[in-house]
Design a protein. Structure first.
Length: 639
């Protein structure tokens, strides 16, 4: 009688029909999760995202304990464990230590989904994944084309078209791969028409990132299938896409209403500089715009240049390096390169998918959307090699550490959800604590009946931020606090804070003007003049800065130069209707103040007769305030 083979301690992909059926259900559910989140979550359940993420991470941990890691699982288990370890380490050194970070939680959940789906046989379900991908992309494309004929249909799609473009670009690669296969003439024509429709959808969505990703993915497919003619065709396709994107940019065909349409190279240089400045652990998840704002560049808003920091690097890899450290970035790049090499050997669209996704991530931030992050995890699982049927290995080798990491990430996400509920919609980032402290300090500074104790408490909040984070907004608020609300004003300390704030926000016109006012009030007129010159260089139409410059010129006796500044200000037009509050602050000129300063400048220049005529225009005889202006005239404009 044959001795039965003992049952292995751990399940394998080909063990029994029952186990295989359960594995198939788990893999199918994991691969369907991105589509469910992409179609349902943005509409009405966005507030439940942190709880969904916490439940997903906890469930992934349980499934990992059921299906432990083996020696052959090194790539996927290592990716999930190392990325989550780096994430939690960055959390520990970021400002909000016990808080989950939404952007990183999405990537952690994507890593969990990738590991679980792959261990349960996701590569066998490539066609199922492809069907879901094309269904969601087809729905997005249908809504986009329907919006041309029926504008109300535009309300059905997510707010940011770039999130849809990620799905459409990957679906275009999948359909293009089918079109390259040897099918009948009618079927191939239908697939080519579908490719054209998806490409047209990317044009409708004005998605340069989607067009670039689709072109890169299609080029990889052509190279992968071999042949000199197809290689040349692929290179020509990529060159045509690059030239087309350059052309539509020059013609402003993709111009949108986004006033903060940052140039990508400026953001990439800033993200790289931020990663180099803190290479070990990074600045902390979610703190790209807050912690390293040297990339702030002036942008036109209503014709006025507005200094603003963007929250995203428009390159997910550089942003990971800036927020989580160069070690995490290096690990991620090495993993993706190895994964792409393995996918290149597969006959399907795997390499094209990965190339398109990587290209999209290099010029945009698709994984900020929960559905897109999960789609990335599912893509990694589907494009991996099938799970090897080797020895199960030690249970403690990978299962328990990975499951614990997922559980910790779930707890952090639940803490973030609690913060979101307590602070009525604060962003689910580690920057949420910064915003809470800034808001509390502002309430204490400007609240009704605020006293010295409130001001000291507000200052303590602002200093608490600055101990961890070199945030220019906190330095500016503290400078205002100790000069406007404390007695006596502490000018020397305030000026040090202004220098600290402007060391980062070097192009903030309004802040340079506020610093020049502080310099003038502290009696440092030469430094005040240099600061106001910097403000006027950034925005020549800054009316209040021109008035301050004229007063400083009068004070040092340069009356004629002051008159050249004041003459156009006396009749300056008002800001355009509908201008933003920032534009109004820059363009508004106090005409009466300019005329009074002109009287002082004429008197200082010794042109008394002209000064008296100008005085009559400002304040007719017998009017209130005339005596004070006459005293100014008699004093020669020195006061």
């Amino acid at each position: 009688m044959k001795t039965p083979v003992p049952r292995p301690a751990f399940f394998s992909d080909d063990e029994t029909g029952l186990a295989r059926s359960a594995d198939n259900r788990v893999a199918a559910a994991a691969l369907a999760a991105p589509a469910a989140v992409a179609l349902i979550l943005p509409a009405r359940l966005a507030g439940f995202w942190p709880w969904v993420a916490a439940a997903g991470l906890a469930g992934a941990g349980l499934l990992i304990l059921r299906r432990p890691a083996r020696r052959g699982d090194t790539p996927m288990a290592g990716f999930g464990a190392a990325f989550l370890a780096a994430t939690l380490l960055a959390w520990a050194f970021s400002l909000g230590k016990p808080l989950g970070t939404e952007s990183v939680t999405k990537l952690a959940l994507a890593a969990a989904l990738a590991f679980v789906a792959w261990t349960h046989g996701a590569p066998r379900h490539r066609r199922f994944f492809e069907t879901l991908l094309c269904a969601v992309a087809g729905l997005y494309a249908t809504v986009a084309w329907a919006a041309l004929l029926w504008p109300a249909a535009a309300t059905w799609r997510p707010g940011n078209p770039q999130y849809q473009a990620f799905w459409i670009a990957l679906a275009l690669v999948a359909v293009g791969h089918r079109a390259f296969q040897g099918a009948g003439g009618c079927r191939r024509a239908a697939r080519i028409a579908a490719v054209a429709a998806l490409a047209g959808t990317l044009l409708l969505l004005k998605s340069r990132s989607g067009l670039l990703a689709a072109a890169v993915g299609a080029t990889v497919l052509l190279y992968q299938r071999g042949g000199a003619r197809r290689a040349i065709l692929g290179a020509g396709l990529l060159a045509t896409a690059a030239f087309g994107l350059w052309t539509v940019d020059r013609l402003d065909l993709f111009k949108t209403s986004d006033v903060f349409a940052w140039t990508r190279p400026a953001l990439w240089r800033a993200a790289l500089a931020g990663a180099i400045e803190r290479p070990l652990l990074g600045w902390g998840p979610g703190l790209f715009a807050w912690a390293y704002a040297a990339h702030r560049v002036p942008l036109p808003v209503d014709g006025v240049y507005f200094d603003h920091a963007h929250s995203f690097a428009h390159n997910d890899f550089l942003q990971v390096g800036a927020e989580c450290g160069l070690g995490t970035l290096l690990f991620l790049v090495v993993f993706l390169v190895g994964h792409f090499r393995r996918a290149w050997k597969h006959p399907g669209p795997d390499a094209g998918w990965l190339a398109a996704a990587i290209a999209f991530c290099c010029v945009n931030f698709p994984f900020y959307a929960p559905g897109n992050a999960l789609l990335g995890g599912a893509l990694l699982a589907v494009t991996a090699d099938p799970r090897p049927a080797g020895s199960a290995g030690s249970r403690a080798w990978g299962s328990i550490p990975v499951a614990l990491l997922f559980a910790l990430a779930a707890l952090n996400t639940a803490a973030a959800a609690t913060l979101h509920r307590q602070n009525t919609g604060a962003p689910l980032l580690s920057r949420a604590r910064v915003e809470v402290l800034l808001g509390r300090a502002d309430q204490r500074m400007h609240g009704a009946g605020a006293g010295p104790s409130d001001f000291e408490a507000a200052r303590a909040d602002l200093q608490r931020i600055q101990k961890t984070l070199s945030l220019p907004e906190a330095a500016r608020d503290e400078a205002h606090l100790i000069t406007d609300h404390m007695t006596p004003p502490r000018w020397a300390e305030a000026l040090r804070l202004w220098d600290k704030a402007l060391g980062t926000a070097r192009t903030n016109t309004l802040w340079w003007f506020e610093k020049s006012v502080a310099e003038a009030q502290s009696g440092r007129f030469a430094e005040a003049e240099r600061a106001v010159d910097r403000a006027r260089a950034l925005e020549p139409r800054f009316g209040a800065a021109a008035l301050l410059k004229a007063r400083l010129l009068i004070a040092r006796g340069a009356a004629e130069e002051a008159l050249r500044l004041l003459n156009p200000l006396t009749e300056a037009p008002p800001p355009p209707a509908g201008a933003s509050s920032y534009a109004r602050a820059i363009l508004t000129v106090d005409g009466r103040a300019a005329r009074v300063d002109r009287v002082a400048a004429l008197a200082r220049a010794g042109r008394t007769a002209e000064a008296r005529r100008a005085l009559d225009d400002v304040s007719p005889r017998g009017s209130e305030g005339r005596r004070q202006l006459e005293t100014l005239l008699l004093d020669g404009g020195r006061k």
